[in-house]
Design a binder for this molecule. Structure first.
Ligand code: AMP
Ligand code: MG
Length: 427
């Protein structure tokens, strides 16, 4: 069951590929209000039933004209109508102009808008205006359909909905959106040293006790990536209780996610329990932070009413908070996206790295590929958080990105390194 201590380490890319292979998209979709669809994944292509914008319209406040009527600066045109946004005007009489406001449809016959700043009222009233600039056809006009053409696939199945995508869907008149169902995830923490904030005040903590921090960021990360989370707390440190907790969780969840207790040689209750109820592979991933990582499955009891068929996925993250955080972003995030039907390989790979200058040194090479916590500075370079220990969560809060440093590589100030923005990993 345990990987031998000297087993060769697995490359991160290989671990990611193996995980994605196991992440079969979940069956089941639902329709949700567009208002509530942020961070969900589209289950169908969205095809536009209309063009956006629906008509040619003004992109400035000013006067709609026929350009043929304004061949020289200083032309004077009577104002034959007034068209606010939301109102359709009459066809524009030749030799006249229409007072028009941003977003108002262009009247038939008009082919340009002269902005207000390029006009003067004649005699101080609004019956006629001097046009002080010669408009080019199409000037200050937004063309019908320039954003979206009728029948276009505007957002594709498998696309994750960010705020801009929700706006675009709403611009097509869609109040409801078909989305993949949320993965149901059971979250456990392991470790007898863990105490929940609020249960024991800092001054009363026993020696060796620490607060459970992983539970807080893992729950929030799961929610960020569209999951329905059952937070099952700290799993009791007894064999029978662990077996029972895993079994019950498996029947009603797609994934059981735990943190802690997956280091080589550690004897805890999670590993043998998962092994007994399904299967477990311990992967020693050649990355820092985050070496120990477990993937497995827990069989569901087909006799339980409401239980899903098949197996429940199991992922065991390392206990060290930074390792847990980073392995979540690099491995669990794409796993969850694929479960929800994200299929674009670019969305499932590591985000593209930027080539940036290191304003720091890493004089000692590590045997493992390292993800250093760094922050961009005002000089366009990168600063390194001084303490890169996998227990130091401060580094992760301070950082705005990770330097993806290949195994066996030192860094000298001025070197170009690969920077992955944390905002890309959280998107
Ligand atoms: P483990 O992977 O269980 O050997 O844990 C490695 C380190 O991470 C130990 O120092 C644990 O105390 C710490 N740790 C494990 N789980 C958590 C947690 N939920 N919150 C904070 N630290 C943890
Ligand atoms: Mg532990």
């Amino acid at each position: 069951m345990n990987a031998p201590a000297r087993a060769p380490l697995m490359a991160l890319d290989q671990a990611l590929a193996a995980l994605l292979e196991r992440a079969t998209p979940l069956a089941g979709t639902e329709t949700v209000p567009t208002f509530d669809a942020a961070a969900r994944v589209l289950a169908q292509d969205l095809v536009s039933a209309l063009q956006v914008p629906p008509n040619d319209n003004a992109s400035m406040d000013g006067y709609a004209v026929r350009t043929a009527d304004v061949t020289a600066a200083g032309a004077v045109l009577p104002v034959s109508q007034r068209i606010p946004a939301g109102h359709a005007g009459e066809p524009l009489k030749p030799g006249t102009c229409a007072r028009i406001f941003t977003g108002a449809p262009l009247p038939a016959g008009a082919d340009a808008v002269v902005m207000q700043e390029d006009t003067r009222e004649v005699g101080g009233d609004l019956h006629a205006v001097h046009i002080d600039a010669v408009p080019a056809p199409g000037q200050w006009v937004r063309r019908a359909g320039e954003d979206v053409t009728r029948g276009a696939v505007v957002l594709a199945r498998g696309q994750r909905l960010d705020e801009a995508a929700l706006g675009l869907a709403a611009s097509l008149g869609l109040a409801q959106l078909p989305v993949a169902r949320r993965p149901r995830v059971a979250l456990f923490s392991t470790g007898d040293e863990l105490v929940m904030p609020g249960e024991v005040p800092p001054e009363a903590m026993k020696p060796g006790a620490i607060y459970n921090s992983n539970r807080f960021f893992l729950r929030a990360l799961l929610q960020r990536f569209g999951c329905e989370v059952s937070d099952l707390g700290i799993v009791p440190d007894r064999r029978e209780a662990t077996l029972a907790a895993l079994k019950t969780a498996a029947d009603h969840h797609d994934l059981i996610l735990t943190s802690g207790g997956v280091s080589v040689g550690e004897e805890d209750h999670i590993k043998p329990a998962v092994q007994q109820l399904g299967g477990l592979d311990l992967w020693q991933i050649a990355m820092k932070p985050g070496k120990p990582f477990a993937y497995g499955h827990v069989r569901r009891d087909p006799g339980v009413p409401g239980a899903a068929p098949g197996d429940c996925h199991f992922i065991g993250l390392p206990g060290n908070p930074v390792s847990s955080y980073v392995t979540f972003l690099l491995l669990v995030r794409p796993f969850l996206l694929k479960l929800q039907g994200v299929s674009d390989p670019a969305a499932l790979r590591l985000p593209p790295a930027m080539a940036l200058r290191a304003d720091f040194a890493v004089p000692r090479a590590d045997k493992r590929r390292e993800f250093l916590r760094v922050r961009r500075n005002a000089q366009g370079g990168l600063d390194l958080f001084p303490n890169q220990s996998s227990g130091v969560l401060t580094s992760t809060v301070w950082a705005d990105g990770l330097v993806d440093n290949p195994a066996g590589t030192t860094i000298a100030p001025g070197d170009t390194v690969s920077f992955i923005a944390l905002s890309d990993l959280l998107a």
